[in-house]
Design a protein around this ligand. Structure first.
Ligand code: QAP
Ligand code: CO
Length: 161
């Protein structure tokens, strides 16, 4: 187990697009373990590999009250989405900044587990928000990219100020 360094804005490496995972090996499970440890230590509820400068499609999450329900999503893909919801989001890569973001209310997700087995999941509420937020990271998108130019500039000024 090891704590990983988390990239923060304005690091342009956060704009990197992650590649599909093809090897379901010990190195992948080590990465997932380290990402979970890093997320719990922060503390946070979600972390994408992009944020620790590993550009592979790996996401870890735990939205449970007691932080005892780790989730790992490999090669996650949203196959359907419905409705809208607005949630006040934060991000370990944008420390101290919170803003309301409008996203789909519910999503259908296809993903693989650590062994490479395929799964599908229907999510709504906070789980749906978190999945969309983390999949954005794998595409090089941070939550501030969903804000108006003015709100994004104000957030960046606060972050860098
Ligand atoms: C993404 O965010 C998320 O600014 C995960 O100083 C957020 O874990 C998904 C954090 C909201 C859905 C809803 C942020 C910790 C953690 C900070 C996080 C900070 C310390 C953010
Ligand atoms: Co984030």
């Amino acid at each position: 187990m090891a704590l990983l360094d988390i990239l923060t804005l304005p690091d342009t490496k956060l704009k990197t697009k992650a590649k599909q995972v093809t090897a379901f090996d010990d190195q992948l499970s080590q990465l997932c373990d380290d990402m979970l440890e890093t997320m719990y230590a922060a503390p946070g509820i979600g972390l994408a590999a992009t944020q620790v400068d590993v550009h592979q499609q790996v996401v870890v999450m735990d939205i449970s009250e007691d932080s005892d329900e780790p989730m790992v999503f490999i090669n996650p893909e949203i196959t359907a989405s419905e409705g809208t919801q607005t949630y006040e989001e934060g991000c370990l890569s944008v420390p101290g900044i919170y803003a309301k973001v409008k996203r789909a209310n519910s999503v259908s997700l296809r993903y693989q587990d650590i062994k490479g087995n395929n799964h599908e999941l229907e999510a709504d509420g906070l789980l749906a928000v978190c999945i969309q937020h983390e999949i954005d990271h794998l595409k090089g998108i941070v939550f501030l990219d969903h804000l108006s130019t003015l709100k994004r500039k104000m957030a960046m000024k606060k972050l860098l100020g």
